[in-house]
Design a protein. Structure first.
Lengths: 176, 560
């Protein structure tokens, strides 16, 4: 009981500290070193798209809805890119059990996304991903402005609408 | 309150105490950001003697955690508060309690990155060292110690770690320390930078120290146990155009432990894969050998915890409930396995491809025992205190552990309908995989149809029909599922798994389930009511036995 009181009071102190600076801060991507699907090492904070929006989607080979999301978007990805300049980065959280199968699957599926391998979940943890699919949307300045978990047919329509809004300079941040 | 608890309490105070101190420097906080996530799973349990679901005296059990990460430029710190009041069925009861189970601080400066506290890390494919978590399975062997990463020039990454491993609310007795070096040849040797062939090589060393202890064998004699166990691994990745080859070899010095029945034999593992892929076609072949590679930071540990290494399973992880009834898990004492997979997209506007193209996936995997020769040692296999056995490096044994052949065809029919058909053929050595000698090997066929019908752009109906046929174990199963979703927020589902082929009439049970979920941005609430089949649940390479359960389940997750 004593420890719980202790923890709660500490949390209160922390929240007090943070409440002093409650002005909304832009959330940039954390810097984690992971690999691209073809073996190059990159820093996640270097992910960029020439000032255009970026979609980051966490997925895995064992996750059906994730693959449905990626293959649904793949059908319209060319059009999306032409219209909005958006780029999709697909982050596979497959571990050593299946990470070698990611590249053949991506190519076999004809996906033209940028694919990253997060084999020990470092990027996933830094982005606070619990369940996949978990999709993030970054604006042209590389700030995380929207995120969503789960995929159902039609979710991609909301996503591209948000990208269009970003390109028009509208604010799409989550309204509290 | 005992001394240990007191010390831990103090540590937490000091750690958290750092936060208000940061508050002194307003500028520091002003430019920082706080992120985190939260998950809560709770179940209200009802008794159902037919499926073997027992009454729970607490009526309701709950697992929850929250991560909070504070980042400011090159500095970041975070903690995870976990609460198991009390642990849900299927989770180890030693998790009972609440507290801060994970806390760390990291500082990055140009070439260096230093972490103190808890961390997760992996060397190569993890065959000699991997510290990781599978929250939903209750697996966590987070390190508690220090990690330093050093990146002297582009293309060279060095890591060193030392610490102990998480064991529920405590840490294991063994100290794990080691280092890893990786060289991306093309990145640090200028003359290779334009080469089409890309080569990365790496090597790692791990040593585990655990004081000797008194473990008896043969009534009077004591094992002479090594206090230090060393392991080495070397790896290589070569890619050129469409071809990609990975290989890693690992060696471990002799390490008598509860998993290998205290034999004095070295351990070895090899993992290789070769892939060829281009747009529309991907092919991969992989193989592995594991020989006496159980490696834990407590030699008497027989359960799932305190793994120093990770031995990847070379089989496909099935995502449908009936094809996942018989999952395979690596046998750390010895196995040889192969896997092959072809992913092919039949182009649009062809006879087989149709208007939208068709995607075909073929996968085959097989795992066998390794040769286990005791003739030269004058013992029976695995006799504690002996050298155990000998085994030719690439020699198969005669026992089949697992085989899986599966094919999946996915197709879009028109703008409203798309779906997939799968066939899975399994051979599952229940006696070895589940550790229950005497059980028969299961031969099973599974057929699955998954169809999605789009009612409007945002509303769809999805159905799964699954059928499993086998003469062994619990016999045939049939499963049906209907899901209605309104993107991007709502889904409703109803499903039933029926064990109609069970030989025992009382066990011909319907495992029905009703559920719904609501998503808003990165928050999700999901509720379900029904029966859960007893079985093995596997995620990301770890499996745990989940008990039969009946009742109301709620999951809340949120990221912020």
């Amino acid at each position: 009981m004593k420890r719980i009181t202790l923890i709660v009071s500490c949390l209160l102190i922390i929240s007090y500290c943070f409440s002093q600076t409650s002005a909304p801060k832009s959330k940039k991507l954390p810097s984690v070193t992971i690999k691209t699907v073809d073996g190059k090492t990159i820093k996640t904070s270097d992910i960029s798209n020439n000032g255009k929006p970026i979609i980051i989607s966490f997925w895995a080979l064992w996750c059906k809805p994730c693959q449905k999301e990626l293959s649904t978007i793949a059908e319209v990805y060319d059009e999306w890119q032409k219209e909005t300049g958006v780029k999709l980065v697909a982050v596979s959280i497959d571990d050593a059990r299946s990470s070698a199968r990611v590249l053949p699957t991506v190519n076999g599926n004809n996906w033209s996304y940028e694919v990253l391998l997060d084999v020990n979940g470092d990027f996933k943890r830094a982005m606070n991903v619990n369940m996949i699919p978990h999709t993030f949307l970054l604006n042209g300045n590389g700030e995380i402005v929207w995120q969503h978990t789960s995929f159902a047919e039609g979710s991609e329509l909301e996503l591209i609408e948000l990208v269009r809004k970003l390109n028009r300079g509208e604010d799409i941040s989550e309204k509290k | 309150m005992n001394i240990k608890l007191l010390i831990r309490g103090l540590k937490i105070i000091i750690f958290i105490g750092c936060f208000p101190m940061l508050g002194l420097s307003q500028n520091f906080l002003n430019s920082g950001s706080v992120q985190g996530n939260f998950q809560l799973d709770a179940q209200y349990y009802q008794k159902d003697s037919a499926i073997g679901a027992n009454e729970v005296s607490e009526k309701m059990l709950m697992n929850a955690f929250a991560n909070i990460i504070y980042t400011n430029g090159n500095f970041s710190t975070g903690l995870r508060y976990e609460s198991y009041r009390n642990p849900m069925l299927g989770f180890d009861n030693r998790y009972k309690g609440s507290g801060i189970a994970y806390r760390y601080a990291t500082y990055k400066a140009d070439e260096f990155e230093i972490t103190v506290g808890n961390f997760y890390e992996q060397f190569g494919s993890g065959m000699i060292f991997r510290s990781y978590e599978e929250r939903n399975l209750g697996y966590d062997n987070a390190m508690d110690g220090i990690r330093v990463k050093f990146n002297p020039i582009q293309g060279i990454l060095l890591k060193a770690i030392i610490g102990t491993q998480r064991f529920f609310w405590d840490v294991g007795p063994g100290i794990v320390r080691g280092g890893d070096a990786e060289f991306a040849i093309n990145e640090f040797i200028p003359s290779f930078s334009e080469s089409k062939t890309r080569v990365t090589i790496g090597g790692s060393v791990i040593s585990k120290y655990q004081p000797t202890e008194e473990i008896l064998y043969d009534v009077t004699k004591m094992y002479n146990l090594p206090e230090n166990v060393a392991a080495f691994a070397g790896r290589m990745n070569v890619s050129r155009g469409k071809i990609n080859i990975n290989a890693e070899y690992a060696y471990k010095s002799n390490d008598p432990n509860a998993q290998n029945n205290y034999i004095y034999r070295h351990g070895e593992a090899l993992l290789v894969s070769a892939a060829y892929s281009k747009k529309g076609l991907g092919i991969i072949l992989s193989g592995k050998r594991v020989d006496n590679m159980a490696f834990k930071s407590r030699r008497t540990e027989a359960g799932n915890m305190l793994n120093v290494n990770y031995l990847p399973t070379l089989t496909k992880q099935h995502a449908y409930s009936l094809s996942a009834i018989y999952p395979y898990a690596t046998q750390p004492n010895g196995e040889m396995g192969v896997q092959g997979e072809i992913v092919y997209s039949i182009p649009k506007n062809t006879l087989l491809g149709g208007k939208y193209g068709t995607e075909v996936k073929l996968n085959y995997s097989r795992a066998n025992s390794i040769e286990n020769d005791t003739s030269g040692l004058n013992i029976t296999g695995y006799q504690g205190g002996s050298k155990g056995y000998t085994s030719g490096f690439l020699k198969f044994g005669d026992q089949l552990y697992f085989q899986d052949f599966n094919i999946e065809i996915s197709k879009k029919i028109n703008n409203r309908i798309k779906g997939s058909l799968s066939w899975v053929n399994l051979i599952y050595n229940q006696a070895v995989i589940e550790g229950h000698p005497g059980l028969p090997t299961v031969y099973a066929n599974v057929l699955i149809a998954d169809v999605n019908y789009k009612i409007t752009p945002l509303k769809s109906l999805r159905t799964e029909i699954q059928f499993l046929s086998t003469q062994q174990d619990e016999g045939n199963w049939i499963m049906g599922m209907l899901e209605y979703s309104i993107a991007p927020q709502w889904f409703f589902s109803v499903s039933d798994q029926y064990n109609y082929g069970n030989e025992i009439d009382a066990k011909k049970i319907h495992y029905y389930n009703l559920g719904f979920g609501f998503n808003r941005n990165s928050s999700r609430v999901q509720m379900s009511y029904g029966k859960q089949r007893e079985g093995i649940l596997c995620v990301g390479g770890v499996c745990r036995q989940v008990p039969a359960a009946y009742g109301l389940n709620i999951t809340i997750t949120s990221s912020f």
